[in-house]
Design a protein around this ligand. Structure first.
Ligand code: PGA
Length: 303
């Protein structure tokens, strides 16, 4: 492997990630024959096929999978080294890879803005996805830090609670229940309900509550986005349970009402987590501390 170059490993990592020479060439701004040539030379050095073509798609062989994991470790270590050196020089510089569940898009970008102003040398990669896909990223160790509400059970992690995440029942402002107090939970069973997609943490929590009370709701619509659900509620398609954060910083909306239903709000928390064995980079550590500090201010500003 000593004859392999870092460039070849980089090209291979991009090809493996996309499963395509063409898309790798696009990402790397080089020609497709150059990509194929680099992979061919690397394959020769390894002495075993790294990729196999089935139809139009490329798949990793066992050796390819091992090499991909090795490449990621090498590039992670190099990125860490760069950040440490920058820290020695007195500047915070490098890349923060942050992954978070969808509801966080209502407040994390607001916190990232001042962070990026404070540390102009830090680039941020912010992936927003649902709970299930976030856990898949966590188990592949693809990011520095993860933000979610429901702690994973089967992965050894370090976690820190930084903010509350109350789930509330939302209905259109003109809904008859909007004026009522202490609405019995069972009353929701007769309303058309809009549910998040399977794999969503919000949905899992809502389902848990209904199961606990032996209740079945009439799911009229399933949607994969909080924003789409809010529009559907405003459009009179039904009611739903979402994080209060989806109403934005003010926590209110002129089109939606928060219903006063017994058992609500469901009290949940936001956690920032990372795998137990992971050594946080200088940049990730800087953001971690920043987030805990900012969250306190954020919570105070909303009281
Ligand atoms: P979700 O996660 O975006 O997957 O619903 C949010 C949450 O767990 O609160």
């Amino acid at each position: 492997m000593k004859q392999a170059t870092l460039h070849q490993l980089k090209v291979f990592e991009v090809v493996a990630r996309h499963g395509s020479f063409t898309r790798a060439a696009e990402e790397l701004f080089i020609t497709q024959p150059t990509v194929s040539m680099q992979v061919k030379q690397l394959t020769k050095v390894v002495g075993l096929p790294l990729l196999e073509q089935v139809g139009k798609r490329l798949y990793l062989t066992d050796a390819g999978r091992e090499l991909l994991a090795t490449c990621r470790e090498i590039f992670d270590r190099l990125a860490e080294f760069e950040m440490t050196v920058a820290d020695f020089k007195g500047v915070k510089q490098g890349r923060l890879r942050l992954a978070a569940v969808s509801t966080t898009k209502y407040f994390v970008p607001r916190m990232l803005g001042p962070f990026c102003q404070l540390y102009p040398g830090i680039d941020v990669e912010f992936k927003v996805t649902n709970h299930e896909r976030l856990l898949a990223r966590l188990s592949e160790n693809l990011d520095d830090l993860y933000i979610l509400s429901q702690l994973p059970e089967h992965i050894d992690i370090r976690y820190h609670h930084f903010l509350e995440n109350p789930l509330v029942v939302l209905a259109p402002v003109a809904h008859p229940l909007a004026q009522e107090k202490n609405i019995p939970l069972q009353r929701l069973a007769s309303e058309p309900f809009i549910m998040r997609e399977a794999g969503s943490g919000t949905r899992a929590e809502v389902q848990r509550l209904f199961d606990e009370h032996g209740m079945q709701v009439r799911v009229r619509l399933e949607l994969g986005s909080n924003e789409a659900i809010k529009q559907a509620i405003a459009g009179g398609l039904g009611i739903s349970v979402l994080s209060r954060h989806t109403l934005g910083l003010e926590g209110t909306s002129s089109e939606l009402a928060i219903l006063d239903v017994e058992g609500f709000p469901i009290r949940r928390n936001w956690y920032v987590i990372y795998p137990s064995g992971k050594q946080l980079t200088v940049v990730a550590n800087t953001f971690f501390k920043y987030l805990l500090h900012e969250a306190k201010q954020f919570a105070a500003s909303r009281q």
